[in-house]
Design a protein around this ligand. Structure first.
Ligand SMILES: [Zn+2]
Length: 56
């Protein structure tokens, strides 16, 4: 089972690079993004979910 591993190590669906973590200083939202700018997702504590952004 790779589910747990995949939860912690998340990769860009496009280039397969490991996503970089960043915490928004004002809102404390957790942002994970592809270092090559393909993909981004934000964790919204109020919604308890991620909002994904795929870039072309
Ligand atoms: Zn990428």
């Amino acid at each position: 089972m790779n589910i747990l591993k995949n939860f912690f190590i998340e990769k860009c669906p496009k280039c397969n690079d490991v996503l970089v973590n960043k915490t928004h200083t004002l809102t404390a939202q957790i942002i994970k993004f592809c270092p090559n700018g393909h993909y981004e997702k934000e964790f919204h504590p109020a919604l308890e979910s991620y909002i994904e952004t795929k870039k072309a």
